[in-house]
Design a protein around this ligand. Sequence first.
Ligand code: FAD
Length: 480
Amino acid sequence: MIYVVGDGIAGLSAAISLRESGREVTVITKELRGGSSYISKGGVAAATSSDDTPQLHAQDTIMVGDGLCDEEAVRYFTSEGPAVIEELTRWGFEFDGDLRLEGGHSRRRVHHKADETGRALTEFLLRRALSLGINIVEDELLALYVKDSEVRGLITRDRGSISNVDYVVLATGGYAYLWQYTSNPPTNTGDGIAIAFRAGAVVSDVEFIQFHPTITTLGDETMLLTETLRGEGAKIINEQGERFAFKYHERGELAPRDVLSRAIYMELMSGHRVYMDLSGIDDFEGKFPGVNDFLRRHGLSKADRVPIYPGAHFTIGGVRVNVRSETSIRRLYAIGEVADTGLHGANRLASNSLLEGLVMGLNLPRYLDEPWEGPRLDDGIMVQVGLRDEGPSLSIDEIRRINWEYLGILRSEAGLRKAVEIYGSVNTAQWTRESNAALVSYLASYAALLRTESRGVHYRVDYPGKDDNWRRRIYFRVIK
Ligand code: FAD
């Protein structure tokens, strides 16, 4: 039996393709429809138009990745993109006819379903998985049982110990919920990374957290205001109506995500209020039905200013894998946001993460019987850290506040030292969400402290420039 952990786009596409290749699969998920996939917006990047090529897509990915992309991974994912779109279409999923342009892409290549791509795609994959008789159960992975560097079993909250597994596929998503301000759902607390790390898997790139500039909360409902709104004419203003983003970048609202996140953060920190003005978008209701419904639910329309803030959005790092999704533990695979292939480098090109998750999921069956290689670890430094099985534990809310304050959009040595000190004194060995969150936050702050430069989404106010000595990854491995 193969256990797939997580029911996002990566987990479901893997489960379906494994089942179709004749294997027995069970999907375990903490919360059905709980992850980022279900609320993802813009779409899936793939070079399918006549004026586009995978090589151009690769160039754009490498440009945005700011010197840290693994070029083998970039070539692999960009060239597999068209086949993924074709396969989903063959299964009966219908993308809208037009391709969208997003920041950092030199061509229109974002495949979408209005502005609700994730929900449409996840529901479609769920239906297909259920129609194939795949067992999908709500349960929570707590730990992996590994012997002789090979995964032998898993331990879950409800089922206890499960042995005799053929393979375990982690598809547990990222950890961007661990910041006070975030676009992510509460499932995303880094469980898979912490669990794999404790079991001996190598983790990498965890200091790179992508912040999204335009998130809003109305009432109790949080929504990401997709980048394409700005592409279609939305403006960012302060309470005086000033388009302040031009003070920070010549492209104003269309500046790269990381620059705009910092601009909005600094504007808010200096006491201003920040809004999105949607009034200049033509055919707003037709192009953005999801945003329009959201505004209407809260008694607003496109004529009103919508308050916005930046928040943690996507975690680039994770369990280190090669393009076959092999981790450093045999028979343990990691796919989607929990994994780190090096595709994104130090900054993710918009709409490349759904692509990555789908490619990894759909292609997994072809690699299971291949001789095991594991990920290459020769392009960075390896840091060994121990687990701490004593000390207090922090609540998820405390961790979210600490990360926002010390491991946020603007970082400094003093703040990062404080974070490392706090996380270094709490219990990181327990099989709980809190302990998982503290462990992942410890590794992320440690790496951010070590990386004395600013690159991609990692911004150090005390080292604002790039340093080529740091054109390498930071890997972590547990001391057993
Ligand atoms: P997820 O979809 O996050 O699923 C993880 C699953 O793991 C969840 O089902 C959860 O229940 C389960 N899980 C977690 N821990 C455990 C555990 N211990 N035991 C059992 N189950 C567990 N990317 C794009 O490419 N294009 C976009 O347009 C886009 N828009 C986005 C908009 C928003 C608002 C957000 C938040 C993200 C967006 N992203 C987008 C990023 C993208 O959605 C994610 O990277 C991607 O969906 C991750 O998919 P996944 O399958 O790896 O994980």
